[in-house]
Design a protein around this ligand. Structure first.
Ligand SMILES: NC(=O)c1ccc[n+]([C@@H]2O[C@H](COP(=O)([O-])OP(=O)(O)OC[C@H]3O[C@@H](n4cnc5c(N)ncnc54)[C@H](O)[C@@H]3O)[C@@H](O)[C@H]2O)c1
Length: 367
């Protein structure tokens, strides 16, 4: 696995007409900002996805402000960015107007990532989930209007689709059928943001993310690909519920590329649009993920069980993001498995059992 010691960055080659439209938009925004760099506020920027988004946007020349409440005591995840001259951290709650006001100083764009993420944590902490994923998020959205922001991107989830018949793939117009507190809050927030269209001075876009995988500074081992890879690497018996169920997956670095793409795309083409975020490359059953890990780690033990408490089964149509934004994921689930096994082999996560909440959304020590 020595080729992973220094993984090559995969560059985007955009069709010439799209590259030209993005360049015109870059100049329009630069002139509006009088040459100031774009400063992006990541709300929830110390999380699993927030950190790779930070790395990517800093490398593209954006300034970053991170507003995060560190609910998992996950402050050290973003520590590596602190020395960067274009990075600022604000500790606070997105629903606190004073913290939000502070974080918004000089900001041109906002990415809303914060919240209690996932079905298990929102089921376990229903009150905190309502306070954060509904009330605080709504207050945060209320605080964004009238500030001359360029873009607001709300990160939602493909879980909003719930159960989809085997022969169908959900596009963005597919009926939403959220099955959990987590997804119901996401659907409500989407509707709330879209309802603001006539009254706000920014361009909002909603991205319904597939399930994330891949290496990141706040590694989450409570997500399928990452968890399965770790359990089998440890030589634990892996218990897989409903192995035939489909889900879409996407590498965290691809999510970062997509956010960058939306920030750069002409405003009128992304204004109040919803995009499924992922690619056909990474629609998988749990069985196919297990099989890919077993190809790399043969002779590990897997037990299968039907009829779990999590009935979600969905295949998603990613043609809109592909055709409208020329976005395709670069990284397959196999790439993610390779890098996770590589990092595990180096001992990078040997502190996982002592810092369980840093590595997954289980409890809320930072609340
Ligand atoms: N990880 C996935 O598989 C996945 C899939 C679909 C959608 N998403 C969405 O992507 C976003 C990021 O997910 P993630 O995996 O990075 O989650 P995460 O749990 O790793 O990160 C969430 C961050 O939000 C912060 N936060 C929580 N409440 C806050 C509050 N009130 N104020 C300020 N900060 C607060 C937390 O401290 C944490 O750093 C979420 O909106 C999530 O719903 C994630």
């Amino acid at each position: 696995m020595s080729d992973l010691d220094n993984p090559p960055e995969r560059k985007d080659e955009l069709p010439a007409d799209i590259a030209a439209r993005i360049e015109i938009e870059r100049r329009r925004i630069a002139s509006r900002l009088n040459g100031r760099p774009r400063r992006v506020l990541l709300v929830g920027g110390s999380g699993y996805i927030g950190c790779p988004v930070t790395s990517h946007l800093l490398a593209q020349g954006y300034e970053i402000v991170n507003l995060d409440r560190l609910v998992y005591d996950n402050g050290s995840a973003a520590l590596g960015y602190f020395p960067h001259p274009a990075y600022r951290f604000v500790k606070g709650d997105m629903g606190d107007p004073a913290a939000l006001n502070d974080a918004l100083e000089g900001v041109s764009d906002v990415i809303l990532l914060a919240g209690l993420v996932g079905d298990p944590i929102t089921k376990k902490f229903t009150e905190a989930s309502a306070a954060i994923n509904d009330a605080a998020l709504k207050r945060c959205i209320d605080g964004l209007g009238g500030r001359g922001l360029e873009r607001v991107i709300f990160v939602s989830t493909c879980s909003n689709y719930g159960l989809i018949p085997e022969d169908r793939r959900a596009d963005e117009n597919f009926e939403l059928s959220p099955l959990s507190h987590y997804a119901r809050s996401k659907v409500a927030a989407e509707l709330y943001l879209l309802s603001k269209r006539a009254e706000v001075d920014y361009t909002a876009t909603i991205l319904r993310f597939a399930t994330a995988f891949g290496l990141a500074p706040r590694m989450r081992f409570d997500l399928t690909v990452n968890e399965f890879a770790r359990e089998l690497w440890l030589d634990n018996e892996l218990l897989v519920f409903d192995a035939h169920t489909w889900r879409p997956y996407c590498h965290v670095k691809d999510f970062a590329r997509l956010i960058d793409r939306v920030l750069g795309f002409p405003a009128e083409e992304v204004a109040f649009e919803v995009f499924n975020a992922g690619g056909d490359l990474n629609n998988h059953t749990k069985q196919s993920i297990v099989d890919q890990i077993l190809q790399r780690l043969p002779d590990r033990r897997v037990a299968y069980k039907a009829d779990s408490t999590d009935p979600r089964n969905y295949r998603v149509d990613f043609s809109k993001v592909r055709t409208r934004l020329a976005f395709e994921p670069r990284y397959s689930v196999g790439d993610g498995i390779d890098e996770i096994l590589w990092a595990l082999g180096l001992g990078l996560f040997s502190d996982r059992d002592e810092r369980r909440n840093f590595y997954g959304n289980y409890d809320l020590p930072g609340l």
